[in-house]
Ligand binder design. Structure first.
Ligand code: 1BN
Ligand code: ZN
Length: 346
């Protein structure tokens, strides 16, 4: 079969890719030009600096031509609504484990999930600061394919900063908000793909000093539970949202993540024209994905750990809503919805 040059095959399904443009696409400016003329959907093979998926069982098709035409429009979240959620969540004030505001936020989340299939993973955490009720909230959106895609993010704020004025607009607020918007996008639609489970995790933050035993209370419990009941084996991909609202958005690439999943997220970002916001730096290893990563689940942690100059807004009273932007919710939100689409088609 006659094949186009690699750089042209990067956009096999683009409606505006006329023959002359295919020649142009062989130039190094491939991505920028394609995005400018609306050639956004299509595989990004050869278009990313990241290596292609290698040794995974669910490998990409042998050639891009093997995939059936993909005419689905690129997904779009309502980024203004997501931002508004972040504003409302932040307005509760500090939401550390055991606080009244934490309970109010639980009810706020549950109110937004009325009519959805919701499950609780509730338990008591025994910590160096005493016992705390912990509650992971899980919303399930069933699909036709066997397997689960999990998206999670924490809603608690930092206990040791409870009297400092810390309200966690980005750290806790943005993750809560984007998950609520994902629920809006998934609700009431037949999922022709994997089931998607959204998890608002609790007790991500340390109560005194971050360590293996003082952190990730909710996800350590959930990973253990899902290991015992067999859920872990069904998870095709698990993606963590953390600090994704920074107006100056730079999503880090994890060292402790599945390379093929990180690459797929990058491919989704390229399709939306958002790639300049991804993977300029490597991110921190500590986050809610770790209890799943260590158990062999393919994970990715979407975190921007460069929040203000030298990350100065992180865990500081400066972490307020004015540092966030709806555009960042759009970038991450659309990229992850597109990643789900790519996962469904693998
Ligand atoms: C992210 C936001 N994290 C806590 N709040 C996880 C983390 C902990 C990241 C320690 C880096 C260091
Ligand atoms: Zn934090």
């Amino acid at each position: 079969m006659k094949t186009a040059p690699e750089s042209c095959r990067a956009f096999p399904r683009a409606p505006l890719c006329a023959p002359w443009l295919r020649i142009c696409l062989a130039l190094p400016l491939t991505i920028a030009l394609a995005n400018a003329v609306g050639c956004a959907r299509g595989t990004s093979a050869g278009a990313t600096a990241s290596p292609a998926p290698k040794s995974e069982s669910a490998a990409a098709p042998a050639t891009p031509e093997a995939a059936p035409p993909d005419s689905t429009p690129l997904p779009h979240i309502d980024s203004k609504r997501a931002f508004q959620y972040a504003r409302e969540v932040t307005a509760f004030g500090p939401r550390y484990m055991g606080s009244e505001n934490h309970k109010k936020l639980e009810h706020y989340i549950l109110d937004h999930l009325k009519g959805d299939q919701v499950e609780d993973d509730a338990f008591t955490a025994d910590t160096v600061e005493g016992k705390f009720p912990v509650r992971n909230i899980i919303a399930k959106f069933p699909g036709t394919r066997d397997g689960i895609i999990v998206i999670l993010g924490h809603y608690d704020t930092v206990y040791p900063l409870r009297n400092s004025g810390f309200v966690g607009a980005n750290d806790g607020g943005s993750s809560t908000a984007i998950l609520l918007e994902y629920a809006n996008q998934l609700r009431g639609k037949t999922r022709d793909g994997y089931s998607v489970w959204l998890v608002w995790t609790d007790g991500e933050e340390a109560v005194r000093q971050w360590s293996d035993t003082d952190s990730l209370y909710g996800t350590r419990h959930l990973a253990e539970k899902w290991e015992k009941d067999g859920t872990l084996k069904k998870i095709k991909a698990l993606m963590v949202m953390d600090m994704i609202g920074d107006a100056d958005l730079n999503i880090d690439r994890n060292t402790k993540g599945a390379p093929w999943l990180l690459d797929l997220i990058y491919e989704a970002a390229v399709r939306g024209g958002y790639q300049s916001h991804f993977y300029a730096r490597q991110g921190p290893d500590e986050d809610d994905h770790i209890p799943f990563y260590t158990r062999g689940v393919p994970t990715a942690d979407l975190i921007d750990f460069d929040y203000g100059y030298n990350n100065v807004f992180w865990h500081s009273p400066q972490d307020t809503i004015d540092k966030l932007s709806p555009k960042s919710f759009e970038i991450v939100g659309n990229t992850i919805l597109e990643t789900i689409h790519l996962l469904d088609r693998r």
